[in-house]
Design a protein around this ligand. Structure first.
Ligand SMILES: C[S@@+](CC[C@H](N)C(=O)[O-])C[C@H]1O[C@@H](n2cnc3c(N)ncnc32)[C@H](O)[C@@H]1O
Length: 278
């Protein structure tokens, strides 16, 4: 399995091979390893062949398996939502850090705009039970999946869901706005790996000519809704961080900008404070 996937140029072939075998066998990792020298049941072999075919057609493993782990949560995913990425965990960390700075109210309101599978909202709501988290997306299919993911964690009572366009539906005030919105420039979408361009939803990827269409809009909308100590926390492509910082600091005097790097040392998250124009 690992060799077939590796020869086809699939990255992480060892891990993915194990996960597909575990799925076909309905087995844990331990059960898989114990049974490695035993022949496969014909029904398991057939199922494995189907899963392998799908992966060789470059369908992402997360869609084949139907789930992806994010910040310790197992989230259901389908082609109607983006597969949550490890770098987005830095958005969660940044939100939690802002909340722990105690500049927000005792029951802070946190928005996760473009929630997709609900990844950011579920992680923040769980780690910050005193917060009220509102997760929104323009896609009703995404909100359905995010709601189902939240429902898998019955102790989570502090998340609400809204279908809506960016912040147009919200009256404010709000302590923290987090967003991982589409930020891939239109011309770049068709150059992405087949796993992304053929399977992930275009409306979760395409951010317009320079990738910043949604980001500029949310900055402008957030300025009228954030409390005076509130923060806007955005995931970006590293190449977009500097231009966006220039745009914000020219438009909003006195604003504070903090850049958070990802595990590869690349600029990934921008924390904007002092944006409020009340
Ligand atoms: C890059 S995905 C991020 C999903 C999720 N937050 C994550 O990090 O895994 C962007 C999400 O923004 C949503 N979106 C696109 N345009 C939007 C808009 N105008 N208003 C609200 N959400 C939007 C998409 O449907 C998609 O779910």
């Amino acid at each position: 399995m690992t060799t077939v996937l590796g020869n086809a140029g699939i990255p992480d072939s060892r891990i993915e091979g194990d996960l597909l075998c575990m799925q076909a066998m309905c087995a844990t990792r331990e059960e898989l390893y114990i049974s490695l020298d035993q022949p496969l049941e014909p029904s398991v072999a057939d199922c494995l062949a189907l899963l392998l075919d799908r992966r060789l057609s470059r369908e992402p493993a997360a869609y084949i398996l139907g789930y992806k782990e994010f910040y310790g949560f197992v989230l259901s995913v389908s082609p109607e939502v983006l597969i949550p990425r490890p770098e987005t965990e830095h958005v969660v960390e940044s939100v939690l850090q802002v909340l722990s700075d105690k500049t927000t109210s005792s029951r802070p309101v946190v928005l996760d705009i473009g929630t997709g599978s609900g990844a950011i909202a579920i992680a923040v709501a769980s780690k910050s039970p005193q917060s009220v988290v509102i997760a929104s997306d323009i896609s009703s299919a995404a909100i359905k999946i995010a709601y189902a993911n939240k429902s898998k964690y019955p102790k989570l009572h502090n998340i609400e869901f809204v279908i809506g366009d960016l912040l147009t539906w919200f009256q404010g005030p709000v302590d923290v706005i987090a967003a991982n919105l589409p930020y891939v420039p239109t011309s770049v979408v068709q150059t992405l790996d087949p796993e992304i361009r053929l399977y992930e939803p275009l409306e979760a990827l395409d951010g317009g000519k320079d990738g910043l269409d949604f980001i500029r809009q949310i900055v402008e909308q957030a300025a009228g809704l954030l409390t005076s100590t509130g923060s806007l926390i955005l995931e970006l492509d590293p190449s977009q961080v500097h231009p966006l910082c220039m745009f914000i600091s020219e438009a909003y005097r006195g604003v504070k900008l903090r850049v958070v790097k990802d595990l590869h040392g690349l600029d990934r998250v921008l924390v904007v404070t002092g944006l409020a124009v009340h």
